[in-house]
Write a protein that binds this ligand. Sequence first.
Ligand SMILES: [Zn+2]
Length: 482
Amino acid sequence: MRLLPVLIAIPFASLGCSVSAEPSAAPKSVLLVSIDTLRSDRMGALGNTRGLTPNLDAFAAESTVFTQAWSQANTTSMSHAALFTSRYPSELGVPGTTFTLGAGAPTLAEVLGLYGYEPVAFTAGAHLEPGWGLERGFTKFAATEPLGSFWHTLPAAEAWLDARTATTPFFLFVHGYDAHAPYLDPAPYGTAWTAAPGTDAVRQLVGTELVFGQTLFHEESMMSALAGLDRPRPWDAEGQAAVAAMAAAGSHGATPFGDTDAAYVRDVYDGGVAYADALFGWFMVGLRARGRLDDTIVVVLGDHGEALGEQGRFGHGDSLADEELHVPLYIRVPGAAPRRVDAPVALLDVMPTLLDLTGAEAPAGIHGRSLRPWIEGAEGPAHDVIFAESNLRAVSARGAAGRLSFSGLGAGSPFLQGLMATSLPTDAAWSIDTTVADPTAREDLRRALLAWRATIRLPGAAVAPVDPALREEMRKHGYFDR
Ligand SMILES: [Zn+2]
């Protein structure tokens, strides 16, 4: 009789029939894969036809695919802080280039650690280097040189898994900047999709320089000049006029940046996505061969997107438009049937989802909701309005009607509530950017932003000042204070 369960199990295994309606209740390990700067529209599973992501597409075919997943910030540090805590950036630190996750909000690694998980991370450095607060809760937080690749982090993670003798579940976080500028991925990936001619100089310039319309500027010089004019945001009307004058004068390193250059940059970005996909595929082959996928929940996501010429912009961190915030989110739970979910969800939801799936209790004060019902085939939660913050004192609300962004005061400003209390401000000092033409729908989003602002719990004095060495390191890579 004792053999019976085994005899029953063998035919299932031999048929590859691992999919059932209900995931197992046994504790599972967790793998969280963050592909930096990954736009949703480059994913084959989300409609792209260029063939950039065969490995991610195969993974998506075994996962719950959230087609409308949105990041809470357009920069790496702020987005990961929100991802790790299920709170908004303004609750965790001071939005900006030197954003640091302060003490207070429990992190996913801390909570899983309390439940017996071993939390470790292999990151590609820069804003995911120890010192920005994102390492909190990990017992091991290994970072490569700034702006490193999955080429660095995934083999290290695999070696760690192979050397591990503990039988407790793990929480493994891996990250790579392969789709992040400067787009310098190796052949054949880096230029495999380029139709227009271009040079390494153009590839390197995007990331440390600033493209504005048909001109490329030396970013630090240009942004400093705007700050000197008290117009730190180049995207509002007065800022644009100042930038146009700089372009005409050829000052601040202004050089022409034409349509051919723009097309080339888009294509080398695609090469970076393909390179990330190839390395991810290699990692998954290794996990599958080791039997790890049978007892590991795997989440794959982008931390934010990338502007690639929309409204004349390249890069990320400046705008809260769709191209900077719409990201892939795939969750693979062993035993769960694959499905697609079109309901709007947020990266804030990842933490409560993983805590729910692992039997851990979510801490108080989080804003996300568990997506587990969706994964298990039922109707799950959705967000009527999704909010986001930028490092340039901007906030946005995104609903079914479209997006409303307000630029000029961040969510942490005590003046925001009063300024928007009765209507959208029309003074030239504030910038409203919206895709919503209908005044009633726009008014709904204004009210939603106000209601959201009232839920923000500001961190007070809990944020430690950033280490000057880390700050200087990021300046070398184009992250200037604005
Ligand atoms: Zn990032």
